[in-house]
Design a protein around this ligand. Structure first.
Ligand code: E4P
Length: 217
């Protein structure tokens, strides 16, 4: 399973990168705004800064919602850096744009996916990644993890190469459950990744090992 961090915060990206388990970054317009990154030039520069920290894929989202606008923006984003993956919303013109980008060897991440049907369409259009938002489904009493299972089954039935990028991860158990269901990638906050390494028995055990060592030395 690949680990992406879902943030535009450079310090957190550096921290995750230093842990040695980071495979990429996802951003979205809300995450960029949260970091105070505004204005086209600053936004483009920020994407390059992120690419210079990590070695893997960096998702950069288009703002346009019409086909021509998405193509223009997506091509500009893809030209920024070879690590950029163009993030395209699951809307009618977005599906057309996914197909266009696929035909022109520009890698894509289809975002705002909330149903198996949308995921099927994204794969048909040639998306490299599909991003089902499991936390937002959980928020409205829908089973986000069940969507991951449905997409896994559909993609396996037809050997679609689109990677399932479990998004809107809110906590550590989401990561573990997505791994059990066979999601190819997860993108979540640093806190959810950090949660994977914590166990009280590890801390107690280490304390005892060290105390016993000190007794004899
Ligand atoms: C995915 O790429 C999105 O940026 C993200 O996972 C959305 O998460 P949220 O529901 O916590 O905003």
């Amino acid at each position: 399973m690949k680990f992406f961090i879902d943030t535009a915060n450079l310090d957190q990206i550096r921290e995750a990168q230093q842990l040695g388990v980071l495979d990429g970054v996802t951003t979205n317009p809300s995450l960029m705004a949260k970091e105070g990154i505004t204005g086209r030039n600053n936004i483009l520069k920020h994407y390059v800064d992120i690419c210079n920290i990590v070695e893997g894929d960096v998702s950069a989202e288009v703002i346009a919602t019409d086909f021509e606008g998405m193509i223009k923006e997506g091509e500009e984003l893809a030209d920024l850096h070879e690590q950029i993956v163009v993030k395209v919303p699951m809307i009618r013109d977005g599906v057309k744009a996914l197909k266009y980008f696929s035909d022109h060897s520009i890698r894509t991440n289809c975002t705002l996916v909330f149903s198996a049907g949308q995921a099927l369409l994204a794969a048909k259009a040639g998306a490299n990644y599909v991003s089902p938002f499991i936390g937002r489904l959980d928020d409205v009493s829908s089973d986000g993890l069940n969507l991951i299972a449905e997409i896994r089954q559909i993609y396996d039935n037809y050997a679609f190469e689109t990677e399932i990028l479990a998004a809107s991860i809110r906590h550590t158990m989401h990561i573990i459950d997505c791994a059990k269901l066979g999601a190819d990638v997860m993108t979540g906050p640093l806190s959810a990744i950090d949660g994977l390494l914590k166990h009280p028995l590890t801390d107690i055990g280490l304390e005892k090992f060290l105390a016993d060592y000190r007794k004899g030395n």
